[in-house]
Design a protein around this ligand. Structure first.
Ligand code: ZN
Length: 449
């Protein structure tokens, strides 16, 4: 499919705003960007036209920390401490989730993500060969890095799942899907296994990855203050300093590792993240909801660490809405540091786009509107009271826009949502499947009791 989006305000997230601009795409790629008058004359026939007058085009948002399948548990248990929430509520119901449930949950998250302007999602969950998150994302036409989450208690199953996931899905579905090796955390993966998983990633990259499309690693790091103690308790190991420093002592950190949360970091941890080029996923809403603390994001940015934004799971957030994450990220650090100049709108929008792409080692293809990159773009309808008057579109995108202002979404050159209507999936059908899956889960829990 070839497209011409014209008469738009284009925020490229590559340091440019183009007014009365146009973007031409051919197949999966952006082939031209410029003034509307020029491009309209140049691309006449064979291009589907989208008139974006009064609208703003931005790169698709990139959510770097999700557990997509967990949308099935949205609202099931709230307002509890992290450990109790996981151990008494989430894990007991999760063990009844079938491969079909995982697929259905991921379909729901994919639907919600696209409809709220997110075009790429990094998800960490259990890979099951029959049905899984990768299948759901590819059917929804959502770009994603799909990982299998690893725990010390199931090493053999993990390794099998990692092999199958990479073999079946890495760089598949027209390049929409990439895969990752995801140790859950330093307190659930023992030091020996952590090193083995690092080696596993190397092995899988040699077989299925490339410098251009690497298989990355994703891990929860320092989500809470007591995480170093949890590592000591779990494995009886010496942990001097913070969790990042501990992981570095195992030799498992490099530029393809993305660390979620990074709340309880020491100064040394930040220096280590910078030195090893570790990428960070900041999840402000989840951290607030679980009262985990506040990640030292301004300090990390100052140190030159790549920071991106994520929602975290649909039960610790509880939506996939990256607009609310952007606004919260912008406000939180101003408030806690009593400094309104921190996290300006322009920077926050970049964290949700180009920095997200860097975090996923995908910045050569996505994260900004540039010739030669994949056509992942979102058209925001500014023709609404809360987005006027317009002095600065970026300010509105971070402080005033809502996910429901998204009108059209293009992923890999394909229109996934047009004028508010999803084109890849039937939303009502997805919701019906979700309600059925929920009933089945509750029935299983009742029978168990
Ligand atoms: Zn998480």
């Amino acid at each position: 499919m070839n497209l011409l989006i014209h008469d738009a305000t284009i925020i490229t997230c590559n340091k440019k705003t183009i007014r009365e601009g146009a973007i031409a795409t051919e197949g999966m790629e952006i082939v031209d960007i410029g003034k509307s008058s020029t491009l309209k004359a140049k691309y006449r026939r064979g291009y589907e036209k989208i008139n974006a007058k009064g609208k703003v085009v931005i790169p698709g948002l990139i959510n770097t920390h999700q557990h997509a399948a967990m949308s099935l548990l949205r609202g099931y248990a709230d307002d509890l401490p992290l450990q109790e929430w996981l151990e008494k509520w989430i894990w007991p119901i999760e063990k009844h989730m079938t491969p079909h449930d995982i697929y259905v949950g991921a379909l729901l998250t994919a639907t919600e993500s696209i409809m709220s302007g997110t075009t790429t999602v990094k998800t960490m969950y259990h890979y099951t060969p029959e049905e899984n998150e990768a299948k759901a994302f590819s059917e929804a036409g959502l770009r994603g890095v799909v990982g299998h989450v690893c725990f010390s208690w199931r090493k053999k199953e993990d390794k099998k799942a990692l092999n199958e996931l990479a073999k079946t899905w890495h760089n598949k579905a027209d390049g929409l899907i990439r895969t990752s090796v995801d140790p859950h955390s330093a307190y659930t993966v023992d030091p020996k296994y952590m090193k083995e998983l690092h080696e596993k990633r190397r092995e899988l990259n040699a077989r299925y990855g490339s410098e251009k499309s690497p298989i990355i690693s994703h891990i929860h790091v320092a989500e809470t203050e007591d995480e170093t103690q949890k590592v000591r308790n779990a494995f009886g190991v010496q942990v001097k300093g913070g969790v990042m420093e501990y992981l570095d002592s195992l030799g498992v950190l490099d530029k393809h590792v993305i660390a979620a949360h990074c709340v309880a970091l020491t100064e040394k941890d930040i220096a280590v993240a910078k030195q090893r080029h570790v990428k960070v996923s900041h999840n402000p809403i989840s951290n607030l909801k679980l009262a985990s603390g506040v990640s030292p994001v301004p300090k990390m940015l100052e140190a030159g660490v790549t920071v991106s934004l994520g929602t975290d799971s649909p039960c610790s957030n509880n939506t996939a809405d990256m607009f609310s994450v952007m606004k919260t990220a912008a406000l939180l650090h101003k408030g806690i540091n009593k400094d309104p100049t921190l996290m300006p709108a322009q920077q926050v929008l970049e964290l949700a786009t180009i920095e997200g792409a860097k975090a996923l080692s995908w910045e050569k293809e996505i994260g900004s509107i540039e010739i030669g990159k994949k056509a992942d773009m979102v058209i925001v309808n500014f023709d609404q009271p809360h987005l006027h008057p317009i002095y600065d579109e970026t300010s509105h995108l971070v402080y005033a826009a809502k996910a429901s202002d998204i009108e059209t979404v293009i992923i890999n050159g394909r229109i996934s949502m047009e004028n508010g209507k999803l084109t890849t999936l039937n939303v009502h059908k997805v919701v019906k499947m979700v309600e059925e899956a929920k009933e089945n889960l509750l029935n299983k829990l009742r029978h168990q009791r």
